[in-house]
Design a protein around this ligand. Sequence first.
Ligand code: PLZ
Length: 466
Amino acid sequence: MTELSGGPGLPQERRLVTAIPGTKSQELLARKGAAVAAGVGSVLPVFAARAGGGVIEDVDGNSLIDFGSGIAVTSVGSSAEAVVRRASAQLTDFTHTCFMVTPYEGYIAICEELAELTPGDHAKKSALFNSGAEAVENAVKIARAYTKRQAVVVFDHGYHGRTNLTMALTAKNMPYKHSFGPFAPEVYRVPVAYPYRWLNGAENCADEAAAQAIDMISKQVGAENVAAIVIEPVLGEGGFIEPAKGFLPKIVEFARDNGIVFVADEIQSGFCRTGQWFACEDEGIVPDLITTAKGIAGGLPLAAVTGRAEIMDAAHSGGLGGTYGGNPVACAAALGSIETMRELDLNAKAKRIEEVMKGRLSAMQEKFEIIGDIRGRGAMIAIELVQPGSKEPNPSATGALAKACHAAGLVVLTCGTYGNVLRFLPPLVIGEDLLNEGLDILEDVFRPALTPSTRARPVARPAPRT
Ligand code: PLZ
């Protein structure tokens, strides 16, 4: 794999010329503290100046290896040639007219692409929005209009956004929901097949979790009251959980049998991230509706709901929209992003990233007992960190390791309901040398983390609920 895209003149290298953060970043941090609301956090204390390919260059001239892609957004890199070219041309022509006032072709072209790329060969339509949360909210609106039912079923460890309805759909309290209630009604949460933490063992996980979920829906909600079942085919913020094989098909079958709209939230997992256009293809699942955002537009804000034409058409004329939804510059960028994915075969790149990462991480797991689980697909890979000798979550080591990576010039993110998952989401265009250098850094930071204090004997507490 060679460096495929990096913006003009941006060397594809890690380079540390100051401590992290450098003085310019420190100055900006002080201004951030004074001007930006405290609720808006940042993972790293460095401010970006340029980014592209597999690196982010900061205002002090440091160049960091990017294993974050701005949370799975810049799959094609942060300055992909086709994205920059098409978005720039669109900026010159017009920035906005509002699709609800005088429409334009780019919006339609993206809806056509979505119909072609998403699973299933049935008639499909799309509607475009600004953010992932907005797409999920609209998928629920559409499913309710179509079914004339109200209830929405979501899963343990699920994440769907920060707006009022999507906070209700999101599982984790802190930081997403705490102090922000009351939440939207008619939302019901059921178990998901989380193999690593299934009490009866991974081999029983798919069947038991599906049976429990279906039983809860049937007995506590009533299948006939459910408008939509919403699930991430690979759960992102909740810890890169791949539901045990067989679980998703059972849930889909239950939805079909009961006239429930099955919604795949592919906002994080979609657009080549897992080595397929969409993660639900892995088990041959054809969702009724699919929500996308993040990777679709190479960094510009764009989101979509795509699905069966008869469901998408259930909302009355004028019932869906928004001032900026499907902004022309974002649509142009998305066309550039999709063009890049096709031309560079980024599904193949994602699969190669998985091969390299899993190989290296498996070798590390042999040496470092705190790596409890390695999972994920494509360039959506994570390790779950535990107290050695147990499955007790180890969020403090996770945070310390992430910070040590940052200081060494590697951008990594954490996630997981227990805050004990390190996740790796490199741009799919990252060079293999940078990928390996990032993994070298990871390996280096594990060594000091394994001092006797962090290897403390496991605390005898029951495993968390799955
Ligand atoms: N659905 C599956 O992953 C966004 C959120 C980070 P928006 N995930 C990153 C944070 O702390 O806010 C996400 C997702 C899935 C929906 C969303 C929401 O997408 O574009 O952030 O609204």
